[in-house]
Design a protein around this ligand. Structure first.
Ligand SMILES: [Zn+2]
Length: 485
């Protein structure tokens, strides 16, 4: 389009027959040098048109194909429609892969691209709005290869001489709405097990990191692009968010085509809360058991059995929880990082703890991994012996993201405020999802980073009781949500 004064111009498909009063989704891929518009032209049986502005000022994208997707309802007199993706100013517009489908369930959500999510925009040989980040003792190499899943660019990080720390490419933080849910997607190739984390930046510059479920397949996707797709909830007070795939060992990961879109969790029939405890700290027998029993709340206690076996007082404590209706859960024998073990040791850690606990209390159905460290191989072994795997990946368990071998949690820390705790309860209630809390030691003394002061714990349990939310042991909650899947 040049010499623009008024009007518009478009390529469009011949009108097709549609049902009246029905939701449809139109989508295409496009490139454009200027903002463009999408208009639905509806025709009645006599051919008289009605126009619906379906999308105005669709963002320009001159370097990479983008997708636009719009929903509309056909008018009561509609017999046929066409959809015009049109240009009405000087510039150019190219479209491809046009589709029109009856909207089935929920309409597709708008896609919010992180800056340069396609990685096609380069300046001085580097991707615009992307940063190389690493820390710890390792040798990272950052590359910007001339190939990608789409387009001609992607990013790759290779780590050698790994001792500790991590390395990643990350897009510059974007502003997302606190309290809201989003879906993060990226495509990747790798020869190792990458991890994914959401980085949240508060107004005062404080950064917190929330782990997301591990990408699978991992090591076997070194030649084929695989998609990673998972959800996160932006904490209150967050002003900037980045989400990245990173390496904590030798190997490489290449990524391309990042997106973040709004996400609405699919609800269960009612919200649920489960309160879990890891490791089996002796002090919890006095700081947790009487408090929960007084409030009528049942917990799930996950033991590393090396701290129990052969210690009569510790065995009595396990029985005391069991006899009050709390669930007993396995957390291995000696609390190793399961991803580092050979097959024999892995089997022993999974089976011996279960056998020992069952010898005291009866069936032990569920498992929590030490450090939340797992990969596909570890999860395959867990499945042989346990009904489920509780991780420390942060989030809520919803009807549509539910993975019984990657149960999500909120991790209690010594810094967790009552307001933050209450916001998790409110979120579970509003969305009717399953909130699983992970505690470690609850202490009258000075708490460590993953411990909780006993006075804080009392306030949290009182808030939980006051919320009116249904609190169930982890296994009882699994029964309830599994029946709805
Ligand atoms: Zn632990």
């Amino acid at each position: 389009m040049s010499q623009y004064s008024t009007g518009d111009a478009k390529w469009y498909f011949e009108p097709v027959a549609v049902q009246p009063n029905t939701n449809y989704t139109f989508s295409d891929h496009y490139m454009s040098s200027v903002p463009t518009h999408v208009v639905v032209a509806s025709f009645d049986s006599a051919g008289n048109p009605t126009y619906i502005d379906a999308a105005t000022n669709v963002v320009a994208s001159s370097a990479a194909w983008k997708q636009v997707s719009v929903n509309f309802k056909t008018p009561a007199n509609s017999a046929k429609v066409s959809v015009y993706h049109l240009i009405s100013r000087n510039g150019w517009l190219q479209i491809d892969n046009t589709s029109l489908t009856a909207a089935t369930t929920t309409p597709p959500l708008p896609t919010v691209l992180p800056p340069n999510g396609s990685l096609e925009q380069a300046a001085s040989g580097a991707p615009v709005d992307w940063e190389k980040q690493s820390w710890g003792s390792n040798t990272p190499t950052f590359a910007y290869p001339n190939n990608g899943r789409t387009g001609t660019k992607s990013v790759k990080v290779t780590v050698a001489n790994y001792v500790d720390g991590d390395a990643k490419w990350a897009f510059k933080p974007v502003a997302l709405t606190p309290g809201k849910d989003y879906r993060f997607k990226t495509w990747y190739k790798t020869n190792t097990q990458p991890h994914v984390v959401a980085r949240y930046i508060a107004a005062d510059g404080t950064e917190t990191y929330h782990g997301m479920p591990n990408p699978e397949p991992a090591a076997n996707s070194s030649t084929t692009w695989a998609m990673y797709s998972d959800t996160f909830t932006v904490p209150q007070g967050t002003v900037g968010v980045s989400v990245f795939m990173f390496l904590t060992g030798n190997g490489w990961v290449q990524t391309d085509d990042y997106s973040i879109e709004s996400y609405t969790p699919v609800s269960f029939s009612q919200p649920l809360v489960s309160v879990t405890f890891d490791d089996g700290f002796e002090e919890n027998n006095t700081t947790v058991l009487p408090v929960m029993n007084n409030l009528g709340l049942k917990s799930t206690q996950c033991y590393a059995t090396e701290y129990v076996e052969g210690i009569p007082a510790a065995v009595d404590a396990v029985k005391a929880f069991h006899n009050s209706g709390h669930e007993i859960c396995s957390h291995t024998v000696s609390h190793p990082d399961l991803t580092t073990l050979n097959a024999t040791d892995l089997t022993y850690q999974l089976t011996h703890s279960k056998q020992f606990l069952e010898s005291i209390t009866g069936p032990v159905k569920n498992f929590a991994s030490p450090f939340g460290a797992y990969n596909a191989k570890v999860n395959t072994e867990i499945k042989k012996y346990y009904r489920s795997h509780r991780t420390v990946d942060e989030g809520y368990n919803t009807k549509d993201n539910f993975n019984i071998y990657k149960i999500r949690v909120q991790n209690m820390k010594d810094t967790t405020t009552l307001a933050e705790f209450q916001s998790w309860l409110d979120k579970a209630k509003a969305d009717k999802v399953w909130l699983v809390l992970v505690y470690h030691k609850v202490t009258a003394g000075t708490p460590g980073p993953f411990d909780t002061k006993n006075t804080d714990f009392n306030a949290q349990m009182n808030a939980l009781k006051a919320s009116g939310l249904t609190v169930k042991t982890y296994n009882a909650a699994l029964d309830e949500v599994s029946a709805q899947l």
